[in-house]
Design a protein around this ligand. Structure first.
Ligand code: SDX
Length: 442
């Protein structure tokens, strides 16, 4: 059937027919089946066949693209990266291997992994002029503001990897983004402290390097905790990619116009910053600190249920997961492991979070709306335990998600069906009217 719409009564099985009840007109559209997940109605010819658009604010039921990278089953709480369950990757893989998997579609051989890690490691330095660029910010600038600004400016420093029609330049830009995000992130943190920037070291792995750049000082040797390094590596895996979420869709839309990769990733960072998205991990910690003690949980749960109150239980709910977010479960497990291994007996925030989760999951409002803890609910507690300041929580999310953004961006650029993204609308404004000269206005 191709992707043509068909008028009239002929309708093959793998299709759906829309009947205009006013005119009786029938138009049939193809149904496409992926390798798993819901089928889709191919409505690319809808406007031509019906003079009508679809209407789906927030894209709650809209497939924006074809992808092979990540699959989510929200009902079953399943998350696969190139077919591999997140639980197995978190247990047996490491972040560099997951980066390779997301970019290239297969787990690397030992040789491929060594070559990839060597390449990423040797792109971790940033142009020295970026020192001065960061110096232009106020010391109290939110680190996400610095990330948006600096990453958006990278095309000015790495212009030799901005031709998106050149696969080699796309690969270099992708490696540069993955490799340099931790350096820029750590420098944003050091800048806020007034401490000197720490340079990446090629003898450290990705997570160790980030920890070293965040917490070392020139005054003494810094000993990296293997427990913290492993915990951070696992956190990076859990945040690496997540299908067509808001920030990834932002990267794809920006990229669809042919914008350079650094500008596209900066757009993704901006979208991730919102408290309804990646900014939720910072908001969860602020919320838990505001709740303060278990006897105030009920007050906040009730506040979250009030339709006229904009407050929501941060870290709860998800557009796709209507069951437990598998990452939240893994994050909760990590919380217990990391706190035990660090000898943190009873972290009050973890106790509070677990009590809040218990109360919310027994509350009819949350049960009826199938609101469960998401990836952001527990992540902040681990970040705090390993010494990451609250202002850096979303930055860490952006560091991890960069590989997902660049993998999805490359897939979009290479997609023969991709066009510039240009949604339409339901217009409810004024119909055409004549201009009124100033002298004649009331
Ligand atoms: C991430 O998309 C992704 O994949 C994102 C992400 C990724 O990896 O990229 O998973 C990362 O962004 C996780 C989400 C982090 N955000 C939060 O924790 C913020 C709190 N959550 C909500 O803002 C909300 O749940 C969203 C934004 C996550 C989802 O919003 P939806 O899908 O648009 O759902 P909705 O707003 O239509 O809510 C449905 C109902 C509403 O009530 P009714 O109007 O039906 O009465 O549930 C209510 C909402 O008011 N609701 C909540 C709630 N979340 C939804 N009520 C109280 N507290 C909440 N957290």
């Amino acid at each position: 059937m191709g992707n043509d719409a068909i008028r009239g009564d002929t309708a093959p099985e793998d299709s759906i027919t829309i009947v205009n009840n006013a005119s009786g007109d029938k138009v049939t559209f193809p149904i496409l089946q992926g390798s798993c997940g819901p089928r889709v109605i191919d409505i690319r010819k809808l406007y031509g066949a019906t003079d009508m658009f679809t209407y789906d604010p927030g894209f709650t039921a809209t497939g924006s693209c074809e992808s092979k990278i990540t699959f989510i089953d929200g009902e079953a709480g399943i998350l696969l990266h190139r077919g591999y369950p997140i639980e197995e990757l978190a247990a047996h893989s490491d972040f560099m291997e997951v980066c390779y998997l997301l970019l290239y579609g297969e787990l690397p051989t030992a040789g491929q992994k060594d070559k990839f890690v060597h390449a990423i490691t040797h792109h971790t330095m940033v142009h020295e002029q970026l020192h001065k660029f960061i110096d232009g910010f106020r010391r109290d600038a939110h680190p996400m503001a610095i990330m948006c600004g600096v990453v958006g400016a990278l095309s000015a420093f790495y212009h030799d990897s901005t031709d998106i029609s050149d696969p080699y330049q796309r690969m270099v830009a992708s490696y540069r983004m993955i490799a340099k995000m931790p350096t820029i992130a750590a420098w944003a943190f050091k800048y806020s402290l007034g401490q000197p920037f720490i340079y990446p070291r090629n003898n450290l792995n990705y997570a160790e390097n980030f920890i070293h750049m965040m917490f070392a000082t020139p005054a003494e040797d810094y000993e990296i905790s293997p427990v913290i390094a492993r915990a951070l590596d696992r956190i990076l895996i859990l945040h690496a990619d997540h299908e067509q979420n808001a920030s990834t869709s932002t990267v794809r839309l920006a990229g669809s116009s042919g914008a350079n990769p650094f500008a596209c990733i900066a757009a993704g960072i901006a979208s991730l910053w919102g408290p309804a998205h990646g900014g939720a991990n910072e908001a969860v910690l602020n919320m838990l600190n505001e709740i303060g003690s278990p006897n105030r949980i009920g007050e906040f749960v009730e506040k979250a249920k009030k339709p006229d109150d904009p407050f929501r239980l941060m870290g709860f709910g998800h557009r796709v997961y209507k069951n437990f977010d598998p990452r939240a479960r893994l994050m909760r497990e990590s919380c217990h492991e990391v706190l035990n291994e660090l000898g943190v007996e009873n972290e009050p925030l973890l106790e509070l979070a677990m009590e809040l989760e218990r109360i919310a999951l027994e509350d009819e409002y949350f049960v009826q709306r199938r609101l469960y803890p998401n990836v952001d609910f527990y992540s902040g507690i681990i970040f705090k335990a390993i010494g990451i300041p609250v202002s850096m929580f979303t930055v860490l999310f952006a560091v991890a998600r960069t590989v997902g953004w660049v993998a999805q961006w490359n897939e979009m650029v290479e997609d023969p069906n991709q066009k510039i993204g240009r949604p339409r609308q339901l217009y409810t404004g004024y119909e055409q009217r004549a201009y009124v000269p100033l002298a004649e206005r009331g």
